[in-house]
Write a protein that binds this ligand. Structure first.
Ligand code: SF4
Length: 351
């Protein structure tokens, strides 16, 4: 009987996508593409990949870059920890491996931000190591082909799928096989409306035979989504705007934003004015509210952000620690979250 891997490889040679990172065996570029694509659609990730490789053609140039520049280049992609980890790992490669990308799976896996999936993708594609990747596409394809109802977010489920992925891997073409099964999940065996009527694996697909395609893969629990209320103080004075760099272990670490007051529930300006941090930002100077703008709800994977921007003019700025008074025309030089980028390009912003 023809092996499933042969059918996938045959499908891939006819229908797989021609993407720039598939035309290289350079582990640096493969790693970069994998990190960009972790939470990003290919269509959006392409431009970022081109921009990064043009600015940082090799790992040494990335390692030498300031974090602010890397974050600025990353702006709009979200999940900024990926960019910070990318830079930290590039510096590790320079320091620990003399600038040469490590070769063994364990060494690649030891780099900052590199998990099992990324290490397997790099080593199989760049070095032809027989490592099977397991990402969302692979979970979906395998769970349907074998009609497996093990939850993919349970320890036993993850282990079983990793074993199955290893068993199905083509040891003679591991990189190409991994790309084939991931593309197959992205283009053919899609989450909604998979193209079973024109699927080269339809006569091998146990979920299709059992009528359970729509129920695969199985997940055991939904992650709770947390609501957060952000109140931004867009304070300007004499052509300068206050920005703060986000610190701490939270979203958007290292990015810039307006002074922020966060509350655990909805709040209005009279509530915010009572907050001692409000007075800290505005000092003793009189201030004038020009407008308040409610931003569209910003959905992250586990958080829902309800944000409002208060546009405030004051005669003097009070930059506190971790803040900078930026000439307003230079705001675009700073890496800022997409939610504020959208606000700044809207007519409501009043710069
Ligand atoms: S038959 Fe449908 S569900 Fe089964 S592998 Fe093909 S596309 Fe996926």
């Amino acid at each position: 009987m023809v092996r499933i891997s042969d059918i996938l490889l045959d499908w891939y040679s006819r229908a797989g996508r021609d993407l720039p990172w598939r035309r290289t065996r350079d582990p640096y570029r493969i790693w970069l593409s994998e990190v960009i694509l972790q939470q990003t659609r290919v269509a959006q990730g392409l431009a970022y990949y081109e921009r990064f490789t043009a600015r940082f053609p090799d790992i040494a140039s990335l390692a030498a870059a300031p974090e602010d520049e890397v974050l600025k280049l990353w702006q709009g992609l979200g999940y900024y920890s990926r960019a910070r980890n990318l830079l930290a790992a590039a510096r590790e490669v320079v320091e620990r491996f003399g600038g040469a990308f490590p070769r063994s799976l364990d060494e690649v896996r030891s780099l900052r931000g590199v998990g099992d999936y990324t290490a397997a993708a790099i080593c199989s594609v760049a070095y032809d190591e027989p490592c099977a990747v397991v990402d969302g596409n692979v979970y979906r394809v395998l769970s349907r082909l074998f009609d497996l109802d093990l939850p993919i977010d349970s320890t036993s489920g993850r282990r079983a799928f990793a074993d199955l992925a290893r068993a199905e891997l083509d040891p003679l073409a591991p990189g190409r096989y991994n790309q084939a099964i991931m593309d197959f999940g992205a283009l053919q065996c899609t989450p909604v409306s998979p193209r079973c009527d024109v699927c080269p694996l339809s006569d091998r697909c146990l979920a299709l035979a059992a009528g359970t395609v729509a129920e695969r893969p199985v997940k055991q629990g939904r992650t709770r989504v947390r609501d957060r209320w952000f109140h931004y103080l867009h304070i300007t004075s004499d052509g300068r705007t206050l920005l703060c760099r986000r610190e701490g272990r939270d979203i958007w670490q290292g990015l810039y934003e307006f002074p922020l007051l966060e509350t655990a529930a909805p709040a209005d300006l009279p509530d915010l004015v009572q907050d001692p941090r409000f007075a800290e930002w505005l000092g003793d100077a009189p201030w004038h509210l020009l407008r308040s703008t409610s931003l569209p709800v910003h959905q992250l994977s586990h958080q829902r952000l309800h944000a409002r921007v208060y546009r405030i003019e004051t005669p003097t700025l009070t930059p506190l620690a971790a803040s900078v008074a930026v000439p307003t025309p230079a705001l675009g030089d700073y890496a800022i979250p997409r939610l504020l980028d959208r606000y700044l390009s809207s007519p409501e912003a009043i710069l």
